[in-house]
Write a protein that binds this ligand. Structure first.
Ligand code: LLP
Length: 427
C-alpha cells in the first residue's frame, strides 16, 4: 500500500502513526502520503519516458492545491474539466501551455478563460463546441488549438457510470462522424486541429482497451492528416486502474507496451491524463467508531465518516479496503485477502451518520470486533474521495493532511458550522 504500512500493529503513513494524526486533526480525516504521490507520478514518467510524454494530472481526482502544486513541481501538467479546475491548476503553479481542457458543456466564459490563459489544447467534444470555439477565438483574433475527442466505440470495460468509450455516452465525437466534423473547419481561422484525444473510462485493469483505442486513434489521425490537419498530439486520457482489493493494479509498463508503439506509428507527441493512478493509493480516510449495534440480523459499525465524505461505495458499489488503525492481536495485521472470513472477525456493515440507507462504506465485511473510539482506515481514497464530498446533512467537510517522512501538515482545514452558511444571504 505504498507508504501506508503497519508497524507493530499500528498503521503508519510514511513515518507518522495514523492514530497521532487522528488525535491531532480529528476525524473524519483524509491523510495523503507525499512520497506515494510523487512515486506514482514518477512510475508513469519512467514507463512512458521513450515518448517524452506530457503527463497532465487529472485534477478532478484530487483538486487540493497542495497536491496539484506537488504535481507541477515534479513536472506534471493538468487535465481540467471546468473553469474552476483551470483556476485551481493555475493557482497551484500550472501554466497554460501544460494544461488541456476537456468537458462536453464548456460555456463561453470557460472557453474565453482557456483562451485567456493559452491552454495547450481544448479537448473538443462536439461539432457545436468546435464551431463555437472557432467563432469565439476568431472574434478575439486568436486561433484555438484543438484536440478532437473521439469516442472509439469499444466494448464495456468498467462500471457503467464511468465507462466513457462505449457507443452512446455523452463524451466526444463518434468515430463515424469525427472526420466530417473536422472537414468542416478546415481553413477556419479560429481553430487549428492539432490533436486527437480519447479517455476510455475509469478504472481500467486491462491493456486491451488501450491497444484497441490507440489502433483506432492512429487510423483517425492518418485520415485527419489526409484532410490537411497537421496532427501533432495523441492524448490517450487517463483511466489506469489501481489496487483496491489486492494486487490487481497493472504496472504502468504494461500500458506503455501497448500505447508506445501506436504513438511511434502516429509520429505524435503523447499526452496522458492520469488521476486515480497517481492519487488513489496515496490517500486514506480515517474515521472513528461512534457506536456499534445489532439490528435485523446484521451487525453495524456506525462511524463518523459518511457518504458525504466518500460517496464511491454507494454510487458505484465501489470496494474500499477497511481495516482498524490498530488491529487486535487475534487477527492478521494486514490480511492479504481482505474479503475472506478470518478467525477473530465477523460480518460487519460499516455505515455512516447520514440519513440514508445508502450511507455505507462496506456490507458484510469481515472485521474484528470494534468498539467506541476505535479508529478505522478506509484505503485507496486519495482519488475521487474528498473531491466528491458534500455538505449533505449539513456535515462540515473533512480536513486533509499531507505527510512527508516524519512531517505532517494541514492542507485543508476542517469546515466549521459557520462555513456551512457562508454563501447564504443573511436572513
Ligand atoms: N481524462 C478525462 C477526460 C476524464 O474524464 C478522466 C476521468 C480522467 C482523464 C482521469 O481518469 P483517471 O486516470 O482518474 O481514471 N468518480 C469516478 C471516476 C470518474 C472519472 C471521470 N473522468 C470514481 O470515483 O471512480
Amino acid at each position: 500500500m505504498g507508504h501506508f504500512q503497519y508497524r507493530d500493529r499500528a498503521l503508519y503513513c510514511e513515518d507518522v502513526p495514523a492514530a497521532d494524526l487522528a488525535a491531532r486533526y480529528g476525524t473524519p480525516l483524509y491523510v495523503y502520503s507525499q512520497s506515494t504521490l510523487v512515486d506514482n507520478l514518477k512510475r508513469l514518467q519512467e514507463a512512458f519516458a521513450a515518448a517524452e510524454p506530457i503527463i497532465c494530472f487529472s485534477i478532478k481526482s484530487n483538486f487540493n492545491t497542495h497536491i496539484a502544486h506537488l504535481m507541477a513541481q515534479h513536472g506534471a501538467g493538468f487535465d481540467v474539466t471546468s473553469g474552476g479546475e483551470l483556476f485551481r491548476a493555475l493557482r497551484a503553479g500550472g501554466t497554460g501551455d501544460r494544461i488541456v481542457f476537456a468537458g462536453v458543456a464548456k460555456t463561453d466564459a470557460e472557453l474565453n478563460y482557456g483562451l485567456d490563459v493559452g491552454v495547450r489544447l481544448f479537448n473538443v467534444e462536439s461539432e457545436a463546441e468546435l464551431h463555437r470555439l472557432a467563432d469565439i477565438a476568431a472574434s478575439r483574433g486568436q486561433t484555438a488549438r484543438v484536440a478532437l475527442r473521439v469516442n472509439p466505440s469499444l466494448p464495456p470495460k468498467t462500471h457503467v457510470k464511468t465507462d466513457t468509450s462505449v457507443r452512446g455516452t455523452k463524451f466526444g465525437l463518434d468515430i463515424e462522424t469525427i472526420l466530417d466534423a473536422a472537414r468542416e473547419v478546415l481553413g477556419k481561422p479560429g481553430v487549428a486541429i492539432a490533436g486527437l484525444h480519447m479517455h476510455l473510462g475509469s478504472p481500467i485493469l486491462d491493456t486491451k482497451p488501450y491497444a484497441d483505442g490507440a489502433a483506432r486513434g492512429v487510423q483517425v489521425i492518418a485520415e485527419l492528416r489526409r484532410q490537411g490537419h497537421p496532427i501533432e498530439y495523441l492524448n490517450m486520457g487517463g483511466g489506469f486502474g489501481i489496487s483496491y482489493r489486492k494486487h490487481e493494479e497493472l504496472p504502468p509498463s504494461a500500458f506503455a507496451a501497448v500505447i508506445l508503439p501506436a504513438v511511434r506509428d502516429s509520429g505524435c507527441k503523447l499526452i496522458l491524463e492520469p488521476g486515480r493512478f497517481i492519487a488513489g493509493n496515496a490517500g486514506v480516510l480515517l474515521s472513528r467508531v461512534i457506536y456499534t449495534k445489532d439490528s435485523g440480523g446484521r451487525h453495524f459499525v456506525c462511524q463518523d465518516a459518511g457518504m458525504n465524505d466518500l460517496i464511491r461505495p454507494t454510487l458505484y458499489d465501489a470496494f474500499h479496503r477497511i481495516w482498524p488503525v490498530t488491529p487486535p492481536a487475534d487477527v492478521p495485521t494486514w490480511p492479504d485477502d481482505c474479503e475472506a472470513e478470518m478467525p477473530g472477525t465477523r460480518a460487519t456493515d460499516v455505515v455512516g451518520p447520514v440519513c440514508e440507507t445508502g450511507d455505507f462504506f462496506a456490507k458484510d465485511r469481515y472485521l474484528p470486533e470494534l468498539s467506541r473510539d476505535d479508529l478505522l482506515a478506509v484505503f485507496s481514497t486519495g482519488a475521487y474521495g474528498m473531491v466528491m464530498s458534500s455538505n449533505y446533512n449539513s456535515r462540515p467537510r473533512a480536513a486533509e493532511v499531507m505527510v512527508h517522512g516524519r512531517e505532517h501538515r494541514l492542507i485543508r482545514r476542517r469546515e466549521t458550522y459557520e462555513d456551512l452558511i457562508r454563501c447564504e444571504i443573511e436572513v
